[in-house]
Ligand binder design. Structure first.
Ligand SMILES: NC(=O)c1ccc[n+]([C@@H]2O[C@H](COP(=O)([O-])OP(=O)(O)OC[C@H]3O[C@@H](n4cnc5c(N)ncnc54)[C@H](OP(=O)(O)O)[C@@H]3O)[C@@H](O)[C@H]2O)c1
Length: 255
């Protein structure tokens, strides 16, 4: 066998247009990491379908990147989510889910109604999507979830710590159950997105400056950094069942 030969599938080389003819669905695609991933997938030739709640923002994003279509709804409305999958005209190659959000509360401060909603968004939503992906996502494609490295510190918050521990295990179990569809998890640190801006308010610039000083990479991680990894995981058909840390080394230097 010649050097570099690949057994059991095509090699995963990244060439321009590596996603040509493929369909990528981004649930949470109108802002931040999801929008940037959709943009980079488009530039690799993919057709992209965007989901977000705010119709105006979604339509603006869809126009800006030349999305094939968009659908405005709350993804935690699981009946609506089912209809969305039923109405998709084609099979899909990849689905990325970026619509969740962190809940940093300690148990003592926890609003249980909001915590329950957060469980729906962070845990039930991926499971619903995976169920609907069976038969819709083509073999070799990936489901991509996003978690974080910050929640590995127990003091980050009760629920976020629990999800951070659970998601890699869930990803592994689903990768086995859904094969040959692939399932992967990206674990990000601070990413400079509208979500981060809204969480930090007037502390944003100070936080950026702190990260520029303390991170081993000496710069702030942006949505394009995460998007580049996401697109790589779509293209690289050897990647499944794994968690990919991308935090500029944040977990190495923060207590
Ligand atoms: N930014 C960070 O530092 C960071 C770090 C680690 C992990 N993450 C995770 O990465 C993901 C994306 O974060 P981001 O910073 O890119 O956030 P973002 O800029 O706020 O983008 C979130 C996107 O998801 C959509 N969305 C939110 N909830 C939705 C729902 N229930 N149904 C449908 N669409 C929904 C938003 O649009 P609408 O609001 O219009 O619905 C928007 O398009 C989140 O899960 C976040 O927890 C972020």
């Amino acid at each position: 066998m010649s050097a570099g030969a690949v057994v059991g599938g095509a090699p995963s080389e990244r060439r321009p247009g590596a996603l040509a003819g493929q369909t990528v669905v981004v649930i949470g695609g109108s802002s931040g990491i999801g929008l940037e991933t959709a943009r980079q997938a488009r530039s690799e030739g993919a057709n992209v379908v965007l989901v977000g709640r705010n119709q105006e923002r979604l339509e603006h994003a869809a126009r800006e990147i030349g999305a094939q279509s968009s659908a405005a709804f709350d993804a935690t409305d699981f009946e609506r989510l089912d209809r969305f999958f039923d109405e998709l005209p084609t099979t899909i190659n990849h689905i990325m889910v970026t619509s969740g959000g962190p809940y940093y509360a300690r148990l003592a401060d926890m609003d249980f109604a909001w915590a329950r909603h957060n469980v729906e968004a962070e845990l039930w939503l991926p499971l619903h999507i995976v169920r609907r992906a069976v038969g819709k996502v083509r073999p070799g494609g990936t489901l991509l979830f996003i978690g974080g490295t910050g929640g590995r510190r127990p003091e980050a918050g009760t629920l976020i710590a629990a999800f951070t521990a659970a998601m890699p295990a869930l990803t592994k179990a689903l990768a086995v159950e859904l094969a040959p569809v692939r399932v992967n998890l990206i674990a990000a640190g601070f990413v400079d997105t509208p979500l981060s801006a809204s969480l930090l308010g007037d502390q944003l610039e100070a936080r950026r400056e702190q990260l520029r000083t303390t991170l081993p990479i000496r710069r702030v991680v942006g949505p394009a950094d995460i998007a580049a990894l996401a697109v790589h995981l779509m293209i690289n058909t050897a990647a499944t069942g794994a968690t990919y840390d991308i935090d500029g080394g944040q977990q190495l230097v923060e207590g």
